[in-house]
Design a binder for this molecule. Sequence first.
Ligand code: NAD
Ligand code: IPM
Ligand code: MG
Length: 370
Amino acid sequence: MTANKRLLVLPGDGIGPEVMREVRRVIEWMDRRRHVSFALEEGLVGGAALEAEGSPCPDSTVERALSADAVLFGSVGGPKWDTLPFDKRPELGILRLRKELGLFANLRPALVLEPLVDASSLKPDVVRGLDLMIVRESTGGIYFGEPRGVETMASGKRRGIDTEVYTEDEIARVARVAFDLAKKRTGRMTSVEKANVMQSGRLWRAVVSEIGRAEYPEVELSHMYADNCAMQLCARPKQFDVILASNIFGDLLSDLAAAATGSLGMLPSATLGAVDSSGRRHALYEPIHGSAPDIAGKGIANPCAQMLSFAMLLRWSFGMEEDAKLVENAVEKVLAGGLRTADIMGPGTARVGTSVMGDAILRELDKLAA
Ligand SMILES: NC(=O)c1ccc[n+]([C@@H]2O[C@H](COP(=O)([O-])OP(=O)(O)OC[C@H]3O[C@@H](n4cnc5c(N)ncnc54)[C@H](O)[C@@H]3O)[C@@H](O)[C@H]2O)c1
Ligand SMILES: CC(C)[C@H](C(=O)O)[C@@H](O)C(=O)O
Ligand SMILES: [Mg+2]
């Protein structure tokens, strides 16, 4: 089969390259066993790019991302670069890619797999069967709003400024992505903001309501303040199906949802752009966790979130549902067999490192594909 699937792999920093290594093995397995070949390139981003090329997101990386069919991203950042000015910080790597590729809809599924019910920080009954999807706006809001910066006032004291700005078009396009998903799932959607204190939140609620009424009358839409949503995600997470949130609230709520699933090391994500006139759409796939400097270099990171991000890539960018399911099933089988990285240990399970987890996933893939 010809390698017509252009894939750019950006491992980044910290545990990024460690967990990406295990996905690369699965990509090789797919070539060998499923005859699925990718035209794969690897590039630099984050601190790794800063060290090598002086920029956390070199133009060459952006150009390669723009011409790829899909980008598989690891994670960026680390204490070494924490005091650099914003235009040098590794995190700019992911922010610039989202912006330049127009990746406005960040899909963050939180799924509690049965073998991990005990790994959750919540009670088993509260999380068993949890399956929700956070749709996070990802190219607007306080992450990009102007004015921003630190300035010195007349008093000589400094003040820091960030601005939450949303246009109605920005709200509408991500709302449609969430409504479409809700239609395909259980038909329920919760839109989250703070319309009680924020002007942008008030507009957010109005625009989402208008689109719901006019275009998705079959979706049961409810609204919730973000602080209440955080509480409800801990208390009764199963009440939710699709949650729609701004950039900052979606960031916070998805880390919170991760704790319900057992660990940040379990949650994948897909960040999608608009479909263009030729049917093409830019897309980037990444775990929601960061570079985990506290465990980087120890070989103990959980590779599942990166692996499941690859499964999302197969599904969303290449329509390879069967292969996506294979990867997801292999991960679940390994967990059901009792192997665990340190972050998801439970009673009666065996602790292993990143590469042993990768070995086990490959073994399960062999069995599933036999
Ligand atoms: N998309 C990204 O690249 C991304 C996302 C979040 C944070 N970051 C950056 O990562 C750096 C560290 O941030 P942080 O510590 O706040 O968040 P983090 O997600 O890196 O880590 C938070 C905690 O979760 C644990 N953890 C995360 N992923 C894990 C995995 N796969 N397996 C096992 N344990 C895992 C870590 O060990 C840590 O205790 C910062 O520079 C931050 O800006 C990058
Ligand atoms: C690293 C950082 C810029 C990023 C974000 O805030 O979007 C991360 O926390 C995430 O969740 O992807
Ligand atoms: Mg985050």
